[in-house]
Design a protein around this ligand. Structure first.
Ligand code: HEM
Length: 447
């Protein structure tokens, strides 16, 4: 029997100084897949001088994300986003996280988000109204504009369609800088150092802040409660009666913009890509949409009849999880499967690797939405499939995102067929989220 002080199994061989940094930052997911296959469920790794434990079994992932959630905080790779998103819900910890989460949770209850359905469909219709039959478009860019408009209009009642390119450009630049930092030893050093990437990041942040502080000032000037997330933030009072300062409101707005638009755009882009490669799935999807809607735009009330569309969304999230990995840092020493995880160790879990594990998914590389029929989700161990994480830090927007994807797929697919432009390279880029590296050039054909 193992004791809590057992030494870890051996990890893959690493470089004396770099450790496993080359594999982790260049190949990332392919490297993690190989580590899991060759070294098993607990794989010790090193990123320069930082110790990482890669955990690759649903029960152990549950230990990290749920059962021991009080003994861990977000890891260094996630904390690297702080120069952009600040101390919003994604990165706050402890009591201040709990206070913010409780305040915002009601905005994401099922009945509440059902009311956002009309805006989601209206944004999709506005997008496709600009499409011309037979033209080639970057569908990843289109999906990004769409999901950003949805977040801004539903949560902040702000029409940023006019500013969307400026916001998207600045966010893309900031996220690129963060991704460059996370791949290099820079991530282990403060972002305040005047390195070129840090300076570019600061400039992008200033552009984003210009727009976000303007939206906050406009809303403070108009005292009415519009019932959206921004009103909730502006009208909230802490126990001592004080209101949230602009800096905290800014951090939450940027957190929700970044968290809400990029991942959702990734999901939709991969969905269009996979549908274009699998005409039999597309035909089945279309048959369901036609039977359920008969040509009219979808609403949230149609969701119970769009079950196959929902299964397509689940299967896209399995094969191309927009958050392909996430991490925690141990705050204290604790036991995991009989091993002692030392305080300060980063613990890495990967949706990409678990979702392709043949122990849980038959023919794991196949795009087969039908696998979700007959209650597969209920039969799987909870953490064999976790595109939205789990435990107390479960994505607050998970129902929002799946509803948005289902409605947008239905609204767009009944009007247009999207075909991948022959020769366009489709390469999955891992950081910060799983997105098509060269965009997604597709020809849109009116049905
Ligand atoms: C397909 C789309 C999405 C995916 C795959 C996704 C994934 C995730 C994951 C994995 C986490 C947990 C991270 C961790 O445990 O460290 C998370 C947290 C979060 N997500 Fe999402 N997300 C998506 C959409 C959204 C949307 C639409 C919103 C907002 C409207 C959102 C806002 C957030 C926020 C604020 C958190 C932090 C929650 C907390 O710590 O309390 N996400 N997301």
């Amino acid at each position: 029997m193992m004791t809590a002080s057992s030494t870890f199994p051996r990890g893959p061989k690493g470089h004396l100084f770099l450790g496993n940094a080359a594999g982790l930052s260049r190949e990332t997911l392919g490297y993690l897949e190989r580590c899991a296959r060759e070294c098993g469920d607990l794989v010790p790794l090193r990123f320069f001088w930082k110790r990482i434990l890669f955990v690759n079994h649903p029960d152990l992932i549950e230990q990290v994300l749920a059962k021991n959630s009080r003994k861990v905080i977000k890891d260094i790779a996630q904390r690297a986003d702080r120069p952009l998103i600040g101390d919003g819900l994604f990165l706050s910890e402890g009591d201040s996280w709990l206070r913010q989460r409780r305040m915002m949770q009601p905005m994401f209850h099922r009945e509440r988000i059902a009311a956002y359905g009309a805006t989601m469909v209206a944004c999709a219709e506005r997008l496709i109204a600009s499409w011309r039959d037979g033209e080639t478009r970057d569908i990843y860019r289109d999906m990004s504009r769409l999901t950003m408009a949805v977040v801004a209009e539903t949560l902040f009642d702000a029409d940023i369609w006019g500013d969307a390119d400026e916001v998207a450009g600045a966010l893309a630049c900031a996220l690129e800088c963060l991704s460059a930092r996370v791949r290099s030893p820079q991530v282990l050093l403060p972002a305040s150092l005047p390195a070129p990437t840090n300076l570019r990041l600061r400039r992008a942040r200033r552009r984003i802040d210009g727009i976000v502080y303007r939206i906050i000032a406009e809303r403070r000037a108009d005292a009415a409660d519009r019932g959206d997330l921004l009103s909730t933030l502006l009208h909230a009072r802490y126990e001592d009666g004080t209101a949230m300062v602009d800096r905290q409101v800014r951090d939450e707005v940027v957190t929700f913009l970044v968290g809400g638009y990029e991942t959702a755009a990734d999901l939709l882009a991969w969905a269009w890509y996979l549908l274009s490669r699998h005409p039999e799935v597309e035909a089945k999807l279309l048959a369901e949409i036609e039977a359920a809607l008969g040509g009219r735009p979808p609403t949230a009330a149609d969701l119970p009849r769009l079950t196959y569309t929902g299964m397509v969304v689940s299967e896209v999230l399995r094969l191309y999880p927009p958050a392909p990995a996430l991490g925690r840092e141990a705050l204290v020493d604790f036991d995991l499967a009989g091993y002692r995880v030392a305080k300060g160790t980063d613990i890495l879990v990967s949706q990409w690797v678990m979702h392709r594990d043949p122990r849980y998914f038959a023919d794991p590389a196949a795009f087969n939405p039908d696998r979700w029929a007959d209650g597969l989700a209920d039969r799987l161990p909870r953490y064999a499939y976790f595109p939205f994480g789990g435990g107390p830090r479960l994505c607050i927007g998970h129902a929002f995102a799946t509803m948005e994807a289902t409605l947008v797929l239905a609204a767009v697919a009944q009007r247009f067929r999207l075909e991948l432009l022959p020769g366009h390279p489709v390469v999955a880029e891992t950081l910060p989220t799983l997105r098509p590296k060269y965009g997604l050039r597709m020809v849109v054909r009116r049905r």
